[in-house]
Ligand binder design. Structure first.
Ligand code: PEP
Ligand code: MN
Length: 332
């Protein structure tokens, strides 16, 4: 249940009421606080005098639920805003991994030249094999921060585990929680303590409910700036790397209030399918698209088979614009 407290309730009162009720207290807007707890169907007696409004849920999809907030949350990412009434589809482009200064400078200049705003690049890579390239770590984060300073781009990079989450929060404008890290409570709890936007990728073996519950950890802990990212789930099909769950995206649009970004690159696993999938995603009316692009994918140190080269990426972005406008969205 979520209880919206009366506007006369101060932060301290809200905290005490939450402790008494073994629940979370969350700043809702400038004036009001919420108490969110589980399994309660009626406003508890000790809270009746303080409650202004309340919502009852049949499961723990609460703060992220469209029952609680029927309009989509707005999230500011650097200079751009997604969600709310914006009808913006933001493009996140760049390589799978930051590999060298030359590679990320070429990528940053390219993203900038297309008039786009968001540059991605992994520095702590959650690889399936310990023998593969693991990322440049802190050196990579510093390179990304330099791209922000030199080219005015907003940068996004992923947290692999909780050991370096504070570094990611310090250097990155958007914190990406990878599909394999989606269950990492250390990451989720640290993300709750910042106000930076957090992009949570769906674990490839998780249900939609489990996915959104990961987002609830961040929301309940005090960070309202959460974005969901569908990046493909594992099915019986082996011809493609994963299966992009577009039905799931419709479910998320209906049942949650969070902006949704789609990642066709990791779902497909092969560059040849990425453009078709990206257009299908944009046609659904979505808040963003994450596409991997590398100056020379043949030498990429991770996800080489799925990254687009810069010509392919540029052609794709031009082809997305009419698709987005046909459903009332703008590519930014
Ligand atoms: C990535 O974005 O490069 C990545 C590793 O993605 P995912 O966590 O979805 O596998
Ligand atoms: Mn990748």
């Amino acid at each position: 249940m979520i209880i919206e407290l009366k506007s006369t309730i101060t932060a301290e009162n809200a905290e005490n009421l939450a402790i008494e009720s073994k629940a979370f207290h969350i700043k809702y807007n400038d004036k009001r606080y919420l108490i969110a707890g589980s399994g309660v169907k009626e406003v508890p007696a000790n809270l009746i005098d303080f409650a202004h409004n309340h919502w009852v849920f049949s499961n723990d999809l609460q703060l992220a639920s469209s029952k609680f907030l029927p309009t989509k949350r707005e999230v500011k990412i650097g200079n751009v805003t997604i969600g709310g009434d914006t009808k913006n589809t933001v493009i996140i482009g760049g390589p799978c991994s930051v590999e060298s200064e030359e590679q990320i400078v070429t990528s940053a200049k390219f993203i900038k030249s297309l008039g786009l705003n968001l540059l991605r690049g992994g520095c702590y890579k959650p690889r399936t094999s310990p023998y593969s390239f693991q990322g440049l770590g802190l050196d990579g984060l510093k390179l990304l921060a330099k791209m922000r300073d030199d080219y005015g781009l907003t940068v996004i990079t992923e947290a692999r585990d909780a050991t370096h989450i504070q570094e990611i929060i310090e250097y990155s404008d958007v914190i990406q929680v990878g599909a394999k890290a989606m269950y990492d409570q250390g990451i989720l709890r640290a993300c709750a303590k910042t106000q930076k936007p957090v992009l949570i990728k769906r674990g490839f073996g998780t249900t939609l409910q489990e996915f959104v519950q990961a987002a609830e950890f961040v929301l309940a802990g005090g960070n309202p700036n959460v974005i969901l990212c569908e990046r493909g789930i594992r099915t019986f099909e082996t011809g493609t790397r994963f299966t992009l769950d577009l039905c799931g995206v419709s479910w998320l649009k209906e049942h949650t209030n969070l902006p949704i970004i789609l990642d066709p690159s990791h779902a497909m696993g092969y560059a040849y399918g990425v453009a078709d999938l990206a257009r299908a995603c944009v046609a659904m009316g979505i808040d963003g698209l994450l596409i991997e692009a590398h100056p020379d994918p043949s030498v990429a140190k991770s996800d080489a088979s799925q990254q687009l080269n810069h010509d392919q990426f540029e052609t794709l972005i031009s082809s997305l614009k009419p698709v987005a406008s046909s459903v009332g969205y703008n590519i930014i």
